[in-house]
Each structure stands twice: as C-alpha cells, then as structure tokens.
Design a protein around this ligand. Sequence first.
Ligand SMILES: *[C@@H]1O[C@H](CO)[C@@H](O)[C@H](O)[C@H]1NC(C)=O
Length: 442
Amino acid sequence: MTDFSTIYKLSLVAVIYLVQACSSSCPVLECWFVQEKAGRGGGLTAATSQEKSLLYIRTDTHRQTAESQTAPSDINPDRVYFVTDPAGTLCQPSLNPPKGSIEKPQCEINPFLPQPSTLKWVAPLTESALSPLYLQADWFSTSHQDFKKEMIISTITRAPPATKEHNVILSVTSKTLSVKSRLGEPVLLDCGFWVDPSSPLSGSGFAVEWRYQFRGDGRLVLAYDGKADRLADKQEEGATLDFEGLHTKGNASLILQEAKVHHSGMYICTVYLPYLVAQVAMELEIVEPPSLSIHPSPLPLMVPGKTLTVQCEASGFAPLPLELSWEFKGADGKSRPLGSGSVTGHRQAWDGTYSQSTRLELDTTTLDLGRGGEVSCVAVHPGGTQRASVTLNVIGFSTPSIEDSMAMVGVALVLYGLIKFVSWTFTGSGPDEADKQDKKDK
Ligand SMILES: *[C@@H]1O[C@H](CO)[C@@H](O)[C@H](O)[C@H]1NC(C)=O
C-alpha cells in the first residue's frame, strides 16, 4: 500500500513537472489583426485593414512571460497583446514550429462584439439578463491553424477596457482539419470546447451546432441546446454526438455512423455561450477506390491476324476523376504500357459512386504480343491504384521456343510409348507371341 502511494505521489510530481514544462513552452504568436476600416462603411464589401500583431501566450496571469517584451520593429506596440489561456489550448507545440521551418502556423485576430443569438437552440441562453457590465470590455476572436495543417483553434478573449491583457473565455478546437474516409465506415469529426470556469458566462448553458457546406449549398446537420438538453427537430439521419462527453469534457465531436458519398464537404462546428460564439471548420472527403473487372474473362485464345476486344469496368468509386490504362506483360516479364484504350464517360449510381470503363483492341499485327502474357487494367485513383489482370494466349505462333520444342519432343516420346504399350496389350503378351503367330501362319 505504501509502495503504491509512493508511486502515486511520484507520478503526480512528474505530471506537475510535465505541466509546468508544457506551460513554459507557450508560444509568442505572430498574428494578423484584421478589422473593418472605420468611417468607410456603406459599400457592399466592407473594406478591411490588416496589421501585424503579436500575442504573448501564457497559462497563468502571475507568470510573467520570460521573453524580453520588446516587439519587433515592424509591429505596432499597440498591437502587442498578452493572452492568458488557463487551459493551455494555445500552447500546442504545433503552433510553435521549430526555428527555420518553412510551414508557418496561421493566425488571425479580429475585434468581436458579444451579442445574443436569435437561433432557436441558442436564444434560451440569453433569456435571463446577464451582467452586462461583464460584457463591457474589449473582446477579440482569434483563429489559429497549426503549421502541420492538422489542427484549428478558435478563441474568444476578453480584456478589461483599455488593457491589453486578454483572457481566453471560450476556445473551440478541432484536431481533424481534414478527414478522409472509406465508404460505409463510421466517421468522427473532432470538435472540443473549453469555457473559463471563472467567467460569469460559464455554467449558464451552451449550445452546439454542426453545419454542412458544399459549393454554396448549406444545411444544418445537428443542433443541440445544452441548457434544455434538447436536439433540434431537424437533424440528419445517422449523425449524433457523445452527449455524456459533451457535458463532462466539452467533447462536441460529430459522429456519422456510416460514410456516404454525399457527406463529402465542409463541416462547421459552432459552440455558443450566452452572447459568445466560436467556430471551427473542417473538411471531410469520402474516398473509395474502384473495383475492377475485365470482360471477357478468361480471354479466348487469340488467333494472329484477328483482333480481340477486352473491356475493363471500374465501379463504385468516388470522387472523380479516375485514370484508366492498360499494360501488357510478356514472357520476358517486362511490362509495357498499351495506352488508355477508348475510355467511356462516367456514370453515377444511386449511392453517388461512379463507374467508368475502357475498351482495348488487341491486334497482333500492330502490337508485339509474342506468345501472349498478362493483360492488366490499371486504375489510378486518390483512394489507391487498383489493378486487374487476365492471361492472353496467342495460338499458331510461328517460331516455337526451346521450351516448346522440348515439350513437343516430350509429348512425342510419351505418345510413342503409349502406342507401343497399347499395341502389345492388344496383339498378345509381347513381341515373342507375335513371332510365334507369324510362324504358325506360315
Ligand atoms: C470525443 O468523443 C468521441 C465519441 O465518443 C470519441 O471517439 C473521442 O475520442 C472523444 N474525444 C476526446 C478528445 O475525448
């Protein structure tokens, strides 16, 4: 028991050190400060201005940032902010790339205006009037993408008026910026959120909304009012949340039970607090390689001088395009391309998958097919390269090879032996008998 508690204490110490080590690696983020240009309203497209800014991230207000706080000369000192993120969401190593790395994390910061939402599943959050005094502050929304392009973080920060000391009040994160899935598999689109427990906005409920967007076409996938624990009526079939994880850990990940072709597109996870909102967008692509079949199979024997038509059908793939081609592997074991054949247009099946085929004319007068070999249909697709093959035999080939000649000699010997054996059996017990018979006849 004492051993156990010692181990327990030691691991606790280790964890604390680890947490401290992590918190000390909070980055200084270069960020674009983007806002609408003041005094130039009226146009349809609001003019925006863009300025370089710097965010010093830390997990603890009392912990002063170790870096010398002199900003680079190209950054306006007014655009240098100190952001306290107690959850350490912005202290991800991937937001802090190794020096000299070409890929840079992306960051944008905008002024944010807290306001109540009229959406049916969000409106209940602001039913009771909240301390408006708390809202009278400087609010920013930030959006970060790591340099590996795997993760996206959006935050809402608050600074008491006229200070540059921001606190993260809400952060929404996705670790699946781009998801690829095979058809029929369950899909998890990651989305998690954190709310500052010391904020008066925490504990008064939240709402989660998932929207789908594809080529200007949008629809609601799922909306959940966390205050009333109620899902909106309109909801896509097979889409769900882990409600327990949502309430206990802020796990708002969307689960699609079975990937279908029409699920490909952009998904936006939006988390609402009273007056606040933050969202992250991610891309889902359903990628299914084709199944190939060759007709006719097996191929009939090929007669020199006559053409033989082979067809290859690729079906059940998504998305477009597909690249179809033919290959021939002769007796020498070397593969040669035979071109793409005549490729048909694609057709779409009821489930959204595509099919396409190609036809190849095999002709011994234009192609050196030798005694035959292997004819393959090759389909190059983002889901993987697929291949199907059939054996081609050419008959009546003029010059037999050594193997053929030896086989012929072998066959001739066997036949000779067989004929001999049969003649012995039918004419008596052997050559002696035959001799006796001859003598009798004489
Ligand atoms: C969120 O919930 C899903 C579904 O239960 C689970 O697979 C995933 O691991 C959870 N994510 C986190 C960060 O806990």
